[in-house]
Design a binder for this molecule. Structure first.
Ligand code: 5GP
Ligand code: ZN
Length: 115
């Protein structure tokens, strides 16, 4: 996907504040943070969202979750954090390249959803 903004970030064509990178995944800070710490982990391969993910993405999706705690701690989140994976219209997904948001900071998150 040449015109996908997160593919461009993964290729280094658009700058980002990098948290972590390896051959499969990239973590970088959200440009418009919703919490004191807000970064995203993406697969380098283009996958639009979890509807398009399948078992061929098992390794990279596992790696994203496997790295989440370590990367959260590296950004100072040692008392908890939240993952959000917006998927499709109802979730208000804006960028159609799968990304796992990691959000945290002292006492800012509140309950998961309001009743
Ligand atoms: P979504 O609503 O799709 O789950 O979240 C997309 C996120 O990507 C938003 O929080 C938005 O601030 C972030 N974002 C959009 N464009 C850029 C960009 O060019 N660079 C960075 N670092 N974040 C971006
Ligand atoms: Zn992409």
């Amino acid at each position: 996907m040449t015109d996908c903004i997160f593919c461009k970030i993964a290729r280094g064509e658009i700058p980002s504040r990098k948290v972590y990178e390896d051959e499969d995944i990239l973590a970088f800070h959200d440009i418009n943070p919703l919490a004191p710490v807000h970064f995203m982990i993406i697969p380098k391969v283009h996958v639009a969202n979890l509807y398009d993910g399948d078992m061929s993405h098992q390794a990279v999706l596992g790696k994203i979750l496997g790295k989440a705690g370590e990367l959260a701690r590296s950004q100072g989140l040692d008392d908890g954090f939240r993952l959000i994976v917006n998927t499709g219209r109802i979730s208000h997904q804006e960028v159609y390249h799968l990304h796992v948001h990691i959000l945290g900071g002292p006492e800012v998150l509140g309950p998961m959803l309001k009743r």
